[in-house]
Design a protein around this ligand. Structure first.
Ligand code: DGL
Length: 269
């Protein structure tokens, strides 16, 4: 059984485990409950109404677990649904966009690239927030939806993955980029392929570490940090329980007890 004081982490699929991994490192005493909407991933090619509806359905289900704080690990959901979620659920909540923008603003990068899903790029939320803080930055954006299935299928070391990365980054030829934001949960898992193609001089910035730090601050401010204790991890997926178990074990670098992974039917959301 999950205690009444878990931090919930929500993502459209597996990719949010890149955020969970960082949270586990920084906040080892917190009980974590991860929800991956494996039945409906990817969200990134869908329209805003669908993204909001899917997120609301999943979080309504999660709320039955009496969680103390919610991390929206998905950039697409953070871009479209954070306000609706905050309106409906009165609990401390955090998306990935603000922490990632803050992290970028700490660097002295002048020319940056944003890589995200089609929906995240179409929302223009990253350029908007970045330019509010640093109006002189030069920003390029590229939607790279095919990176997601490579991760979901476990093909992150496949040569085809390198080819797809090269294809997406082609428009950058001749441009000098200082930093690239990996504005999608899945992209840190193909970081090596992206770095190889974009060049070592480009700093890749991902959301996991700054989001974990922002969560630490949020819990500390609200006096919600758990004291030292043995913590528990549990998982809820809407499909593909076995695939999730093996990927989660690999991504989190620890064995996952299948009893800790619950599969819920979409009809029960
Ligand atoms: N989790 C999504 C995000 O970070 C990527 C996968 C999807 O398209 O659902 O935007």
């Amino acid at each position: 059984m999950q205690s009444q004081s878990s931090v919930a982490i929500f993502d459209s699929g597996l990719g949010g485990l890149t955020v969970m991994r960082e949270i586990m490192q920084l906040l080892p005493y917190e009980d974590l409950i991860y929800f991956g909407d494996m039945a409906r991933v990817p969200y990134g090619g869908r329209g805003s109404k669908t993204i909001v509806r899917y997120a609301l359905e999943c979080i309504r289900f999660l709320m039955k677990r009496k969680i103390k704080c919610l991390v929206i690990a998905c950039h697409t959901v953070s871009a479209y649904a954070l306000q609706d979620l905050a309106r409906e659920f009165g609990l401390p909540m955090l998306g990935v966009i603000e922490p990632l923008v803050q992290e970028l603003c700490k660097t002295d990068a002048k020319q940056i690239l944003i890589l995200g899903t089609k929906a995240t790029i179409a929302s223009h939320i990253y350029p908007k927030l970045i330019l509010e803080k640093k109006p002189s930055l030069k920003i390029s954006s590229i939607a790279a939806p095919l990176f997601v299935p490579f991760v979901e299928e476990g093909l992150i070391h496949h040569p085809a993955c390198d080819l797809v990365v090269q294809e997406y980054l082609k428009p950058l030829a001749g441009q000098k980029i200082d930093a690239a934001l990996l504005a999608c949960t899945h992209y840190p898992l193909i970081k090596k392929a992206i770095q190889k193609c974009i060049g070592r001089q480009v700093t890749l910035i991902e959301a996991g570490p700054p989001t974990a730090h922002a969560l630490f601050d949020l819990l500390a401010n609200k006096l919600l940090l758990s004291p030292p204790r043995r913590s528990k991890l549990s998982f809820i997926v809407t499909d593909h329980r076995e695939k999730f178990c093996s990927h989660a074990a690999a991504f989190l670098n620890r064995p996952i007890d299948p009893h800790d992974v619950e599969e819920v039917d979409l009809c029960s959301l």
